[in-house]
Design a protein around this ligand. Structure first.
Ligand SMILES: [Zn+2]
Length: 91
């Protein structure tokens, strides 16, 4: 199988394969192999910038996930233990 040379979408430099790994997907009836390829830009500056951006992005996503979890926990707690102020009083 021939793969076309991929070009960095950020700077237009050719990309090289940084990492490949194989994932085995097993279902009840079959087993298949999935090959993942991670590309890296051959332009060092560009790749470095990208990695910085990527790590920031990952951090931001983790922060967001944590906030979401905290919010969900709070919401659940509020549902389980409604505060007296929030109780509807029927007269
Ligand atoms: Zn690039």
């Amino acid at each position: 199988m021939q793969t076309a040379q991929s070009i960095c979408t950020r700077c237009g430099s050719p990309e090289k394969i940084a990492k490949t790994w194989v994932e085995i997907i097993e279902t009840r009836t079959s087993k298949s192999k999935l090959t993942h390829t991670q590309l890296a830009c051959t332009n060092k500056d560009c790749q470095k910038k990208f990695e910085v951006k990527l790590s920031e992005e990952i951090k931001r996503r983790e922060d967001m996930k944590m906030k979401n979890e905290a919010y969900a926990a709070k919401k659940k707690e509020a549902l389980l233990n409604p505060t007296p102020e929030k109780k509807i009083t029927l007269r």
